[in-house]
Design a protein around this ligand. Sequence first.
Ligand SMILES: [Zn+2]
Length: 440
Amino acid sequence: MKKNVFLLLLLAVSLTLAGKEPKYIFLFIGDGMATPQRMIADEFSRKTGKGQLVINTLPFHATTRTSSANNLVTDSAAAATAIACGTKTNNGMLGVDPAQKRLTSVAEEARDKGRKVGIVTSVTLNHATPAGFYGHRKSRSQAYDLGLDLVASHFDFFAGDGISKHDRGPKSIYDLAKEAGYTITSGREEMKALKPGKKAIAIAASRSSAMPYDIDRDPACPSLAEMTEKAIEMLSNSPKGFFLMVEGGSIDWAGHSNEAAANLFEVLALDQAVKAAMKFYEKHPDETLIVVTGDHETGGMTMGFAGTGYAIYMERLALQKHSSVKFHRLLAKALKAKPDMTFEEVKPLLAENYGFIFDSKEKHPMNITAKELQLLQDAFAAKKLPQTANIIMSGKAGIGWTSGSHTALPVLTTAIGAGAENFTGFIDNTDIAKKLKDLL
Ligand SMILES: [Zn+2]
């Protein structure tokens, strides 16, 4: 009851704010996050006692078409270009149209109008989605060149998993960034110590390793929510306001590997980041806009699986300890110590990480059936054990997958605050940039 009253109040406030111009704009993008990903994380959150996701409570919603200029199924580069610049381009292209004409992103327009700009992501900063807001290249694989574009953007704050291939040119991108006036930090503590006033690039991982999935979070790395909080702190002293894009980038990776637990924990991490923005919104409700969208769906993920019939057991995913990436590392370590390890000896590792039960006489939903046992044995022999364990785990939770790639499913866009009423109905991904540019 209390929650419903709160939601009604939120809606009332939002309706009063309709038509106002947002001084502070937040755009959250879940890479590979469509309705299934949002609802699976939501269901898990409810089942584990943490309630509904904030991203699903925002009062305005728009179903959003995701196709690119040359394909019904988009990649993240064309999707980022559409969402950031408002023009459809071919898969693989960033910040240019199919004829390679340079486009302008909403982030660049915000910068040119005197707003501060921030880019936050859980993947590398020159990966397709973040690069769509500052990069202009015919191919997303031009990582070094996109690093050059990043420095040339003069945006105020970047936080993410560093800049990939930063040393593949005459000069390191980090050195160029320092020369351009950026402070560069690595790890959680250094990022926390940053003070507003100087441009900065915060590299999430403190070592050279990549930022792990949120399910495996290393306390030396900031969470996506902590990076968002820092971005707000670094940008909010701007007299003309700010534009901040935050990407949950690894939802997509967990979709490609059909891994339900890692996928939903990434959506939860994005939801926590939106919560940080909501705290800011509550202080500046008539000047803040928060938009949450996805760039495309990944994996053909669905709620419901033939093996569990009409039942869905999302809470079983809480039994999974680490992502399959970390499990793969633990398995490799065990195999290094004992190269002739048999499947029998691997069973305890599987039981420990996934909650699978082997050789039990008692009925239990996590019991491994004879068919599943065969699949796991074959996968172990083929050195594909983590992938198969992901599929079996998804099946036990009632989650199905149809693809290892992206799909053409529409995504859900939700919004709250000044200008949020623009995000309703059935829209195109390019409409997000168009509407945001209008609101600047
Ligand atoms: Zn992808």
